[in-house]
Each structure stands twice: as structure tokens, then as C-alpha cells.
Design a binder for this molecule. Structure first.
Ligand SMILES: [Zn+2]
Length: 213
């Protein structure tokens, strides 16, 4: 029996969002489309073609990459889901888990997160390593398929403001979490435990790795 992974993704989205107080934006969110349309009209003015170029980059970014941002003046975070993540249930399960590790940090300590993002490559690397490990764990639970740490962190090569040394650091940290999973142990990351708890409660049949049933 193969589980309905779209339903699993939807449950994870709803449960994690309630737990970590996240709102979400998808590429079809009305106000975003509206502001893009308005900006697009301005960009038709010849002197504003540079704006068109900026918008094209933003469109391409939103199609390819999801991000988690602090909620302005509030508790929790806003997750922007990319079109790529929304198009594939397994990709979405991994992304929902990954971005909620970032949301957990923002909920626990918004100021620390801001300091991390802007001051320290090493802290950013540690943060991303945790998020990639959580995403990889969620994917592993529902697919049983194994990826190497290098494959998992490959997206970091594009635009995350991490030096090659920091990326290497992320891969090393992720590899240690992978070794834990491979031994049949849940990585000691809160969101990994929460994801497993949600799957066991709502979609036990979707967990294909015997050790975690
Ligand atoms: Zn991330």
C-alpha cells in the first residue's frame, strides 16, 4: 500500500504551522500577485526596465526556493513556499520540515536569529545544517531512500551567503545526523521528534522505515 503523500504533506503543513505559529505565502497568494502586477506595470516605463530585471529575479527565486522569514512585530514566522516545493509531495514534505526548523528558532528567539543571519557564517551554517537534517529525516521517513550529505546540502551552493568552508561545515554536521538516522535513532532535533509524532498520529502507514514505525 502506498500512502497518499500529498495528504501527508498537508497534515504536516497544518500541524507544524499550528505548533510553531507560522503563516504561509504561496506563489499564488493574492496580495503577492497583486503587488507583482502593480510593480510589473511600473516596470513597463522604459527608465524602469531595471525594475523588470529585479522582478524577474524575484520570480525565479520564488519558483525555485522556499524561505522562512520573521513575522514583523509578532510571534512566529512566515514561510514562503516555492513553486518547485509545492509541485512535488515528497519535496514539500522535506521543505515543510526544513522551514519549520527555521520557524522553531525564530519562535524561540527572534533576536538571536537576526544576529545569526547577519553576523556569523558559522552560525548560519549550523542553523542550515539543523534544517537540512530535519528535512532529510522527514523525506527518509516517507521514502526510505538514502541521500548523501553532499546531495542534501547541494542547494547551498546557490546564493545562501555561505563560504565553501561553511558549506563543508554544514555537510559534516548533516552527515552526523544521517549516521544517527541510519542507526535507527531519531536525531536530537526537536522538529524531527515532532514530525515523527505527527506521522505516527495521523499517517502511520506513510512511515516506510521499519525502525521508526
Ligand atoms: Zn534553510
Amino acid at each position: 500500500m502506498s500512502a497518499d503523500l500529498a495528504a501527508v504533506a498537508a497534515t504536516l503543513r497544518a500541524e507544524l504551522s499550528a505548533r510553531y505559529h507560522t503563516d504561509e505565502i504561496t506563489p499564488d497568494t493574492w496580495w503577492l500577485s497583486l503587488s507583482r502586477t502593480a510593480l510589473g506595470a511600473v516596470a513597463m516605463i522604459p527608465a524602469m526596465t531595471w525594475l523588470r530585471q529585479v522582478l524577474d529575479v524575484l520570480d525565479a527565486e520564488m519558483a525555485a526556493r522556499s524561505v522562512c522569514l520573521p513575522k514583523i512585530g509578532g510571534d512566529g514566522a512566515v514561510i514562503v513556499y516555492s513553486a518547485a516545493a509545492l509541485a512535488d509531495p515528497i519535496e514539500l514534505i522535506e521543505t515543510v520540515a526544513h522551514e519549520h526548523e527555521h520557524a522553531r528558532v525564530l519562535k524561540a528567539d527572534p533576536d538571536l536569529q537576526v544576529a545569526m543571519d547577519y553576523t556569523s557564517g558559522e552560525l548560519r551554517a549550523t542553523t542550515e545544517a539543523r534544517a537540512y537534517a530535519v528535512g532529510a529525516f522527514a523525506r527518509y521517513l516517507v521514502t526510505g531512500a538514502w541521500q548523501t550529505a553532499d546531495e542534501i546540502v547541494a542547494p547551498l551552493a546557490h546564493g545562501y551567503l555561505l563560504s565553501p568552508a561553511d558549506r563543508e561545515h554544514v555537510a559534516t554536521l548533516v552527515a552526523s545526523h544521517l549516521a544517527t538516522m541510519r542507526a535507527g535513532v531519531v536525531p536530537s532535533l526537536e522538529v524531527c521528534h515532532v514530525v515523527l509524532e505527527i506521522l505516527r498520529a495521523h499517517h502511520p502507514g506513510a512511515i516506510v522505515v521499519e525502525a521508526f514505525r
